[in-house]
Design a protein around this ligand. Structure first.
Ligand SMILES: O=P(O)(O)OC[C@H]1O[C@H](OP(=O)(O)OP(=O)(O)O)[C@H](O)[C@@H]1O
Ligand SMILES: O=c1cc[nH]c(=O)[nH]1
Ligand SMILES: [Mg+2]
Length: 207
């Protein structure tokens, strides 16, 4: 299942990120802001239970988060900016990291690091990466999460290609995708078009 967050604030911020003239500082800030807005949607189905306590005026039952604890997992590098933002919304969440880059020739994902919460099987996992292109990186990261015991996983991306969505739907039909937009296609180099370029380079200024 794919949820496209088509809220005007999300769409506006994404358009500014796409602009080739948007600089590193603004791009990174927008990626953080968009991550919060995507998390708002991705976490819509978190469980709440009534808790009884008093406001300064009277006692009552008020909804508080309950149910499974959360894990935020970033696909390095670019997913880091998303978990860094979202952990401020859900500070009790544990944060995991999966190092993965795409081989520029084959476009196959190359894994170089993984550190996940030990109790990940008991947590709802939100996997973050701004870009879902061929889907190779996200699919490999999801396989890693499942191998570690995770069985409740949502993938949060800023921009997705139809090709990448098809890969996740085929290889991991249980994983819901929450994204700000689905672009037209991939170009001959595996870049999303019209896209926003290389997210990692634009976040960290490495180009
Ligand atoms: O869907 P795919 O075809 O696998 O492509 C998407 C991947 O490419 C980018 O990472 P990149 O390889 O540029 O690594 P970086 O974040 O370290 O720059 C992006 O952040 C995704 O992880
Ligand atoms: O368009 C793309 C494709 C893969 N990775 C990116 O950062 N951008
Ligand atoms: Mg990159």
């Amino acid at each position: 299942m794919v949820t496209v967050v088509d809220h005007p604030l999300v769409q506006h911020k994404l358009s500014v990120m796409r602009d080739q003239h948007t600089g590193v500082k603004e791009f990174r800030e927008l990626a953080s802001e968009l991550s919060l807005l995507l998390a708002y949607e991705a976490m819509r189905d978190l469980e709440v239970v009534p808790a009884r306590f008093s406001t300064p005026l009277e006692e009552g039952d008020f909804p508080m988060l309950s149910g499974k604890k959360l894990a935020l997992v970033a696909i390095l590098r670019a997913g880091l900016v998303m978990t860094d933002a979202i952990v401020n919304l859900v500070p009790a969440a544990k944060v995991g990291h999966i190092g993965m880059y795409r081989d520029p020739e084959s476009l196959a994902p190359v894994a170089y690091y993984a550190k996940l919460p030990a109790d990940i099987s008991e947590r709802r996992v939100f996997l973050t990466d701004p870009m879902l292109a061929t889907g190779g990186s996200a699919s490999a990261a999801i396989t890693k999460l499942k191998d570690a015991g995770a069985h409740s996983i949502k993938l949060m991306t800023i921009l997705s290609a139809p090709e990448g969505i098809a890969v996740i739907e085929r290889e991991h039909p249980d994983v819901e995708i929450v994204t700000a937009a689905i672009d037209r296609q991939l170009d001959d180099h595996g870049y999303i078009v019209p896209g926003l370029g290389d997210a990692g380079d634009r976040i960290y200024g490495t180009k």
